[in-house]
Write a protein that binds this ligand. Structure first.
Ligand code: GMT
Length: 381
């Protein structure tokens, strides 16, 4: 198949899922065309089946806000037409699903029918999409898609609850490449960070409010009173500065390190003992899956799709959002040397259920179904 993938190219779950899926599909022989405004972060090598088409955003003094959606729709029209794509797969509803709808209508006037599959990733539904400033467009473009997927049962439920959706939704969870995400021997790294055998906690995210960065630091602050420990904060975003100030004010600077955005996250995860994800909402929790693949148990909130990944008492623990006391208590249970090896083993076993080779065919099945249905409908009309 020739597939156009539209996504955000930056660090972040939806872009990572879209890029890794495209790479896996290309390995299967599909021709994959990424359409986005910048080189996707994890697309930094050559493969004969992978293409990247950059959306040109022309600005003009009249525009206070450059019309990205129009530039994207125009690019989709161009790529579908000249590369003769079979299908468009758009990741994150805003503005990709509505731009795809517009491209589809334009292409119809050229005698081309392009089926569109939309994958909802979370905040496009749970935070941004349901706001009245976007809701009508999000609802319309989801209903106009030929196939819709969500990354968890929880997100599917939220989508039906918040939007009058008439479409069937397929749930296809996030996935992991276990060849890349696996525990590596990095003893020298561990010794450098934890010279006195301290326990190592890790968090990775985009440091947005939804990640509850304050809770992470509070958990660590209380935990450190109980046991010697260090915390690595990987990533960057709006809450980082506040977090750094908290560490300065609370005498934590020697024990908490902010590493910024890292490409080789698996190296850090390889030396971690516990991964923290106390998010306000999380449609799946890809960062937690990456940790589990590196044999790191997870302390998380019980919100959104997290219970579909992290199994309470087995691969880690789930707590109510904001229940810091419970999270500290559970972290201590995991870190007990009598428990840690078992939690590590279970985390890996759970991650193996989401290996990319098991999940990629689920997307291919949606593509096949959508294409067959569209071809049948076209033949009838
Ligand atoms: O977590 C983020 O803020 C990034 C966000 C995104 O849209 O890129 O991630 C969302 O999609 C990921 C991939 O499907 C999911 O694993 C994350 O749980 C989800 N984030 C939220 O729901 C907050």
């Amino acid at each position: 198949m020739k597939i156009g993938i539209v996504c955000y190219p930056t660090f972040g779950g939806s872009g990572v899922v879209a890029t890794e899926l495209g790479k896996a599909l290309a390995e299967q022989g599909h021709e994959i065309h990424f359409i986005t405004y910048d080189q996707p972060t994890r697309l930094d090598f050559f493969n004969q089946n992978l293409y990247y088409h950059k959306v040109d955003i022309r600005t003009y003094p009249l525009f206070e806000y450059p019309p990205y959606e129009l530039a994207l729709a125009s690019k989709m029209v161009n790529v579908v037409k000249y590369e003769q794509l079979d299908l468009l797969h758009v990741h994150y509803a805003i503005p990709h699903a509505s731009a795809a709808f517009m491209a589809k209508q334009i292409l119809k006037t050229h005698g081309i029918y392009i089926p569109v599959v939309t994958t909802l990733h979370g905040t496009d539904i749970t935070l941004v999409g349901k706001d009245e400033s976007y809701e009508p467009v999000v609802t319309f473009s989801i209903n106009q898609s030929d196939g819709v997927t969500t990354v968890s049962e929880s997100l599917k439920k939220d989508t039906y609850e918040h939007f009058p959706i008439t479409q069937e939704i397929d749930v296809i969870p996030n996935f992991i490449d276990l060849n890349r995400f696996k525990k590596q021997k990095k003893d020298h790294f561990k010794t450098a960070i934890c010279p006195n055998g301290e326990k190592l906690l890790v968090h990775t995210s985009n440091f947005r409010k939804v990640k509850r960065i304050d809770d992470i630091l509070e958990i660590f602050y209380r935990l450190r009173k109980e046991i010697p420990a260090k915390l690595l904060m990987v990533g960057d975003g709006p809450e980082r500065r506040k977090a750094e100030l908290f560490c300065q004010d609370n005498n934590l600077v020697d024990d908490v390190r902010f590493l910024g955005k890292l490409e080789a996250i698996e190296e850090v995860l390889s030396v971690a003992d516990v991964f923290l994800m106390p998010s306000e909402t999380e449609s799946f929790g890809l960062a937690a899956l990456e940790a589990m693949a590196c044999e790191v148990p997870v302390i998380s909130s019980n919100t959104g799709g997290l219970p579909e990944l992290n199994i309470h008492g087995i691969t880690g623990f789930l707590s109510n959002v904001g229940d810091i006391e419970d999270m500290v208590k559970n972290t201590l249970i995991i870190l007990d040397e009598n428990n840690l090896p078992r939690f590590r083993e279970n985390a890996l076993a759970r991650a193996q259920e989401f290996e990319i080779s098991k999940i990629r065919p689920l997307y291919e099945a949606v593509y096949e179904r959508v294409l067959t249905r569209c071809q049948r409908e076209l033949a009838v009309n």
